[in-house]
Design a protein around this ligand. Structure first.
Ligand code: AOF
Ligand code: ZN
Length: 373
């Protein structure tokens, strides 16, 4: 590996991130084709996985490079695929070999059992030089949703909670309060766009009647699937989510024994109702709920609350990233605490989470924690 390899892989990683949230069930991969010239290396093609998951990143970059790919190096953030599917067409390995690429630099093996090393092996056996593992840790973080889905049958979960300076997420009785500053709210909308699904507990939905869409100029079409954890099926057909279910999907995950009466009106409004068992505490079994989402192709979930869902996810080791923000202003009275004891214990435990980053957006301060084990 050379510093040039790292440099171009960084470029490929940045390109791959562009598709995050819009390629599920596929991972969003980035690819860069680089040619040596007398003046130094030259980027002759770039690509990333396209909306819906196809075309893959490699054919996009290789097509742009055209004949300039002959003898060039392909940087790719995931092992090129080797499988042939009815929907997919030509495997990326074949595209790569036919393009005349001399060397492939990849960040990580694809744990998808259909590929799992075969992509790299086929390239080598065709005389392409292959280096793997370049910035592998960065790629593993970016593609965590894909990795978890194909290895553990669950999506990656980002948990996000905002609180006032005195620690509240809501007012007394769940009353909605303004917590985040406008800049932080916009940042959250961008984060929504980078995930496949937003997930909320029914408590927050009933308290806030949120839209849970992406409201950023030009990016509205990137609104993710809206998932509500609703054990007793309390979702009301008059709520904003339900009224817009025809435009942006709403999936409700209820307990198996939840009453059937409300379901007809929700389904008529375009809501999909799914059912999972209850856990031992009588709540929706989160592991089962996430398994269901992964089965439906979801790789990246943005869990926006509220405090009970956040605590349960953290306690059960299901939150891969935890993003906590604190605003400068106080609520100044009793409210709903944002960080419940189980979540506080999880992030304070150095064996479970580490503080990866601290930053400010507008007036709000953010901390991002990453799961260790
Ligand atoms: C690549 N480049 O850009 C992506 C890859 O359903 P298919 O046929 O599109 O294949 C999906 C699988 O291909 C997916 O599960 C993952 O293993 C890999 N994704 N591979 O070579 C890409 N997105
Ligand atoms: Zn491919």
């Amino acid at each position: 590996m050379t510093s040039a390899d790292e440099r171009f892989m960084r470029h490929a990683l940045a390109l791959g991130r562009r598709g995050a949230g819009s390629t599920w069930p596929n991972p969003s991969v980035g690819a860069v084709v680089v040619r040596e010239t007398p003046e130094g290396p030259l980027v002759v093609g770039t690509g990333w996985t396209q909306p819906g998951g196809r075309p893959h990143a490699e054919p996009v970059a290789l097509e742009e490079a055209g004949l300039a790919a002959v003898g060039a190096t392909l940087y790719v953030t995931l092992e090129p695929c080797s499988h042939r599917t009815i929907r997919g067409g030509t495997p990326c390995v074949e595209h790569t070999i036919l393009s005349g690429i001399a060397r492939v630099v990849s960040a990580m093996d694809d744990p998808n059992p259909q590929i799992a090393g075969l992509g790299h092996a086929l390239l080598r056996s065709s005389g392409v030089r292959v280096s793997t593992g370049v910035l592998g840790a960065d790629a593993a973080r970016d593609l965590r949703g894909h990795v978890l889905r194909v290895t553990q049958g669950r999506p990656a979960v980002t948990l996000k909670l905002a609180r006032t300076a005195d620690g509240y997420a809501g007012g007394a009785g769940g009353r909605r309060i303004a917590v985040s500053c406008p800049e932080a709210s916009r940042w959250v909308h961008l984060e929504r766009a980078r995930h496949d699904a937003i997930m909320l507990g029914i408590g927050s939905v009933l308290a806030d009647d949120p839209m849970l869409n992406v409201r950023l100029p030009g990016l509205n079409h990137l609104s993710p699937v809206r998932v509500v954890l609703d054990g007793r099926l309390q979702l009301d057909a008059g709520l904003a989510l339900v009224r817009t279910a025809g435009e942006i999907p709403v999936w409700v995950i209820a307990a198996e024994d939840a009453p059937k009466d409300g379901e007809t009106a929700l389904v008529a409004a375009g809501v999909e109702v799914m059912r999972v068992p209850r856990d031992r505490a009588g709540r929706i079994d989160l592991t089962e709920a996430l398994r269901l989402l992964a089965l439906r192709g979801i790789t990246r979930v943005y869990a926006e609350g509220g405090p009970s869902v956040a605590e349960a996810l953290a306690e059960q080791g299901l939150a891969d990233e935890i993003v906590l923000s604190v605003a400068p202003h106080m609520l100044g009275e009793e409210g709903i605490p944002a960080v419940r004891p189980g979540l506080a214990a999880a992030i304070a435990d150095a064996a479970r989470y580490r503080l990866a980053e601290a930053f400010a957006v507008g007036q709000d301060r953010f901390e991002r924690y990453e799961r260790i084990a």
